[in-house]
Design a protein. Structure first.
Length: 115
């Protein structure tokens, strides 16, 4: 079994920064891909950023240049550094771990950006 626990969400003013963390436990392999998704009120969950086992990253256009995804394989931890936050970044952010077509999700952490 895989468990993912996110932390680091909160309330921040527009232009501010937050750093999200996701600690994985259980059968975590460094060969799996990890990512951050978010779901705003009344909207579908969307991809924010992913990082593959080799370190290659992918971002949704709306966060490019502002967010940075990284992972510490030794500690089974995924990070999302979020800078220059905007009110439209307000959402519940979910950690995802994917391996062999199996998806695992954390419970989510709420990020609220005030204008």
């Amino acid at each position: 079994q895989v468990q993912l626990v996110e932390s680091g969400g909160g309330l921040v003013q527009a232009g501010g920064s937050l750093r999200l963390s996701c600690v994985g436990s259980g059968s975590i392999s460094r060969l799996g891909a990890m990512g951050w998704y978010r779901q705003a009120p009344g909207k579908q969950r969307e991809l924010v950023a992913t990082i593959r086992s080799g370190g290659s990253t992918n971002y949704v256009d709306s966060v490019k240049g502002r967010f940075t995804i990284s992972r510490d394989n030794a500690k089974n931890t995924l990070f999302l550094q979020m800078n220059s936050l905007k009110p439209e970044d307000t959402a519940v952010y979910y950690c995802n771990y994917r391996i062999l077509s199996n998806d695992y999700w954390g419970q989510g952490t709420l990020v609220t950006v005030s204008s």
